[in-house]
Design a protein around this ligand. Structure first.
Ligand code: EPZ
Length: 430
């Protein structure tokens, strides 16, 4: 089994370049099938597994995908000849359900297997379906959890989302851009990747206004042409390196970022006593002494991102004082706490709240990555801890972080990937 091995205790120093945003890429790649032409997408994190699966799905649908270089692909969707996506693809990646909106928008048909359960808690799609039905589609869930959506004609309509949902906002946008007439999405998500998707769609000739606010207006157009588009830097990857710099009492320049997207993270790091210096497309984070405590409540953008909650918990686990973390988006996003407490942290979870009593030092230990961002938190904990930390189940981390070991190594971390026999394999356990 492949593991990440870290010898902790070295402050991170130097510069690191952030890759393109995973959650923008996962929305923009399906959007490309709405085009009658060829789309070139730049600054893609092509080596993360979620993006690789998205490209496999494009191929399964018949699109021609050409890899231009390490971060650029060309998508020719004119050869798309299917609206069916099977479970063998969708079981690996929840965001595959964005193809429902894109296929509806292009063909008026979509048959997509629903992805499985999720580590964060229930992942319903009732708001996605509410949006599709408002536009005139009929949506049924068939056996084997196949979502079957069809619409003779998609007609623009008001869509009020009962709760802020990134996925539902994306899916309704994809279905609405070629619908006849005006669609108004109320209570829309405002994440940077929503704005990036809207900008991509408008580059193809769509008419999407208001992205980044809670009311998005879409006027349907007949056709969408091709475009060349560069996606935004990854807000969460950037935040992960910012917190790692502070947790190791280092000094790191994080390049290729949009500081505006990082405001809630910067604010919390400053509250903990870190120094955050902003430049046009970079931020520098430094912390010379022990962090102070602070309270975190995760909220939709521009609030503190839930995808940064596990990483921030590591800094607070080492802070001077007791901090409270309130997770308001997901029902099960504290699974990493058990792993952190194995390293000497003192965190108690009660429902959606975690009480973090700061300790002076974490100690290296064998831990596992329970999910993508929990895995990122384990890396930060291993870097800050004394001694050696071995992280298993690192495939979760590879879903969302490009060249993660190389990037941390370049900052002076003693970190490597290693194939280690699984103790269960050694004693023949199944
Ligand atoms: C997106 O997930 C992100 N994934 C998640 O990032 C992120 O945690 C989440 O948004 C919140 O920011 C991608 O962008 C691929 P939601 P999504 O719909 O769209 C409830 C990562 O680490 N809800 O905004 O699935 C839902 O249960 C991943 O990169 C409904 O009830 O999240 C949740 O409680 C993890 N019905 C809340 O809304 C619906 O129809 C927000 O979910 C849809 C959502």
């Amino acid at each position: 089994m492949e593991k990440i091995i870290i010898n902790g205790g070295t402050p991170l120093r130097g510069e690191v370049e952030i890759s393109g945003a995973k959650n923008a890429a996962l929305a923009i790649i399906p959007a490309a099938i709405l085009s009658q032409d060829v789309c070139v997408i730049e600054n893609l994190p092509l080596s993360i597994s979620d993006v690789c699966i998205m490209m496999k799905i494009l191929n399964q649908l018949g699109a021609r995908v050409k890899i231009i270089n390490k971060h650029t692909i060309e998508i020719d969707a004119r050869s798309v000849n299917s609206y069916v996506i099977s479970n063998d693809m969708t079981k690996h990646l929840r965001a595959s359900y964005y193809f429902i909106g894109a296929l509806l928008g292009r063909y008026g048909r979509a048959k997509v297997a629903l992805p499985g359960g999720c580590y964060l808690g229930p992942r319903p799609i009732d708001q996605h379906i509410k949006g599709f039905e408002a536009l005139g589609a009929t949506v049924t869930i068939e056996e084997n959890a196949i979502v079957n959506a069809k619409a003779e004609n998609l007609t623009g309509s008001p869509v009020y989302l009962d709760m802020v949902s990134v996925g539902a906002t994306v899916n309704v946008l994809l279905a609405a851009v070629k619908a006849t007439g005006l669609t108004v999405i109320e209570n829309a998500a405002k994440e940077p990747h929503i704005v990036d998707l809207a900008n991509f769609l408008n580059s193809m000739g769509a008419d999407v206004r208001g992205a980044g606010t809670d009311v998005i207006k879409v006027r349907g157009v007949e056709n969408l042409h091709g475009c060349t588009y560069s996606i935004i830097p990854d807000q969460i990857e950037a935040g992960t390196f910012m917190v790692a710099a502070a947790a190791t009492k280092g000094n790191v320049l994080i390049k290729n970022v949009i500081p505006k997207h990082l405001e809630s993270i910067s604010t919390k790091l400053v509250e903990c006593g870190a120094e955050v210096e902003e430049f046009d497309d970079a931020v520098r984070v430094s912390l010379g002494e022990r962090a102070g405590k602070c309270n975190i409540k995760t909220m939709p953008h521009p609030g503190f991102p839930t995808d940064m909650q596990p990483q921030m918990a590591v800094l607070l686990a080492l802070a001077d004082g007791t901090s409270i973390i309130s997770e308001s988006i997901w029902s099960n996003r504290f699974r990493y706490v058990e792993q952190l407490n194995r390293m000497g942290a003192s965190i108690k979870v009660d429902g959606q709240l975690a009480v973090v009593q700061g300790v002076e030092q974490l100690m290296g230990a064998p831990v596992k990555a329970d999910d993508l961002r929990a895995g990122a938190a384990m890396i930060i904990a291993g870097l800050a801890a004394s001694g050696t930390t071995e992280i298993e189940d690192i495939h979760h981390i590879d879903r969302g972080y490009e060249d993660v070991v190389a990037k941390f190594s370049s900052l002076g971390a003693t970190i490597k990937r290693e194939l280690r026999p699984d103790p269960n394999e050694l004693n023949g356990a199944s």
